[in-house]
Design a protein around this ligand. Sequence first.
Ligand code: LLP
Length: 411
Amino acid sequence: MNPPVRRLEEWDTARLAELAATHGTPLYVQDLERVRENYARMAEAFPEGRVMYAAKANTAAAVLRTLVEVGAGIECASAGEVERALAAGAPPERVQYTAVNPPEGDLDYAVETADEHPELTITAGAADTIDRLAERGFSGRLCLRVNPGVGAGHHEKVSTGANAKFGVPIERAPDLLVEADERGFDVVGIHAHAGSGISGEDLAAHRELVSRMGELARRTDLDLEFVDVGGGFGVPYREGEEPLDLQAVARATREALGEVEATLAVEPGRYLVADAGVLLTRINTVKSAGEELVVGVDAGMTTLARPAIYGAHHAIRSLAEGEGRDTVEATVTGPICESGDVFGEYELPVPVRDDLLAVGNAGAYGYEMASQYNSRPRPATVVVEGERSAVDRRRETVADVRRLDGGAPWL
Ligand code: LLP
C-alpha cells in the first residue's frame, strides 16, 4: 500500500527506541522504502513527465542513490550537490545544475564537469550568468530560468516565483533564448519555480505560473526538450491537515501548460523525503516555570532550523505514549542559547528525563540546514530499509567541529 502521507504515529515505537539506544540522539532516521513510495506516487502522477529530485531537501548518499535507482533525475543547487549526485551514480543526462548567483568556483566546476559529461544541463537565471558561461567556453546544454511574476509557498522566505533574485523576467525570455541559441549554446529548456510548500490556496498561483511557462514555450521557435515548472509540492505538517491530491495537481498542471512539444519536468524536494524522516531527541530537563512546563531536549535550532527560521510546525510524539501517563501541555525547547530555539507547545505524556521524542516530517530540510552554532556537533543520520539500518552520516564530534580551527600565528 502506498498512502499519500505517513503520519508520525505510524512509525514503529520499539524500532525508533532501539535506533536511539544504538546510535544516540539527536538522530535523524530516514526510511528509504518511504522515499521509494513517495517517488512512485509522483512518477505515477506525471507519467510522461520527468521527475527531478531537488537534492537540497536531503543529500544523504543513500537517499540520492535510492532516487537515482528508481529513475529520478537530480536538480542541484551547487557544485557540491552536483558532485554528490554524480557520486551517487546519477547519469549526467539526469543531472541539472540550477545556478543562482553562482560563485566562481561553482561555475568553474560545472563547466569542467560538462566538458567531461556533455549531457549535464546548466540552468542560468541571469543574462550575466550566460555571459560567464560563455567566458568559460561553455556552449553545452543550457536551460533558462524565468521569473514568471507569480510566486507561492508556505512562508515569504521560500516564495521565489515573483522574487527578482530568481530568473530573468518572463518578457525578456524570448529574446534571451534566441540570443543564447545564436551564441551557440544548446538551448534545451526553460525553468521556473514558484516556491516551496505549496498547498491549498497557493495552487491557483502555481497554475498561473505553469500557464505562463506554456505560453512561453509556444512563443519561442526553438526546439525545447523540456519545460521545467519547479517543485514546491507541499506536505501536511499538522496532524489533521490533508495531503495534496497529487493526481488533481498533476491534471491541473497539464491543463495549465496546454499543448507543448517539450516534456514537462517537475522538481519535488520535500514531497519525496519529508515524511520519510523523523528526528529523535531525548529529554534532558523538565522544569516548571510559573504556569509553564518547559521541557529541554538535545535537539535544537542547530539540528532542525525550520521552526526558528520559518515558525514552522513539526508534530512531536513522545515514545512514552501508551505507558498510561496523564498528558500535559509543555513547551519543547532545545539546548541553544537563544529564545528562538523552541519547537513549540505540545500535549505530551507527563515528561520525565530521558524520555524519547520523535519529531515528524524531518526528512526534508532537516539535516541539510543543520549547523554547528554554539560549537554543537551535527547529529547522525541513520537510513533504514525493512529490517536493515545503516549510518549514512556519522555523528560529528567536537573534534570535527574544531577541525578547521587555526588561529592567528602571532597569538
Ligand atoms: N526547485 C528549485 C529551483 C528550488 O529552489 C526548490 C527549493 C525546489 C525545486 C524544491 O522545492 P520543494 O519541492 O522541496 O518545496 N528550507 C525551506 C525550503 C527552501 C526551498 C528552496 N528551494 C524549508 O525548510 O521550508
